[in-house]
Ligand binder design. Sequence first.
Ligand SMILES: Cc1cn([C@H]2C[C@H](O)[C@@H](COP(=O)(O)OP(=O)(O)O[C@H]3O[C@H](C)C(=O)[C@H](O)[C@H]3O)O2)c(=O)[nH]c1=O
Length: 188
Amino acid sequence: MEFRSFDIQGPVEIVPRKIEDSRGYFSEIFRVEPFAVHAGKVEFVQDNQSLSVRPGTIRGIHFQTEPAAQGKLVRCLSGSVLDVAVDLRKDSPSYGRWIAVTLNPDTNNQLWIPVGFGHAFCTLEPNSVISYRVTNYYSPDHDKGVAWDDSDIGIDWPAIADPETLSAKDRVQPKLADLEAYFPVEGH
Ligand SMILES: Cc1cn([C@H]2C[C@H](O)[C@@H](COP(=O)(O)OP(=O)(O)O[C@H]3O[C@H](C)C(=O)[C@H](O)[C@H]3O)O2)c(=O)[nH]c1=O
């Protein structure tokens, strides 16, 4: 299992090994201890899964505020997605900056998005399914968002990204500048 960090402290890409044989493959998708070494000790309480039928479907940028803030471990079970994490930690040197990773079953990779980050993705193929584990229960009262196309964040979405696919709430999310900063930086 490989762990790759980014120039923004927090998110980690994880690439579990595929043990292939004539039947197909076997892969250990998660182990508490190696994950804790590279991304910290976590306890997942809820697993989510979503299907996006159209390529270019955009979901996000979403996060939950405390006391319901969520860390998310995201993987793509079919199709392919560009998965994005945006630093929303106040006082963070990388506040408002983002990282992105293409997730798909072939690569068998995952993205860990810690508390303090917004999460969004754009599907790159039809019928893309993501499955993700979260460290806190869904709480509608704490479910917040930021505009996917906020120029102050400047996510480099693929040309396929289709604003027609946005949910009603994602069409009217506030810009970063209009958000009160939500998350302290770890250790502050
Ligand atoms: C997130 C969530 C949603 N729901 C219900 C609420 C709505 O009735 C329906 C669809 O919810 P929403 O439109 O918020 O789903 P997405 O647009 O995929 O949002 C998710 O995708 C972005 C990228 C994320 O990171 C979050 O996990 C989450 O915000 O599922 C639940 O019942 N439980 C849940 O945990």
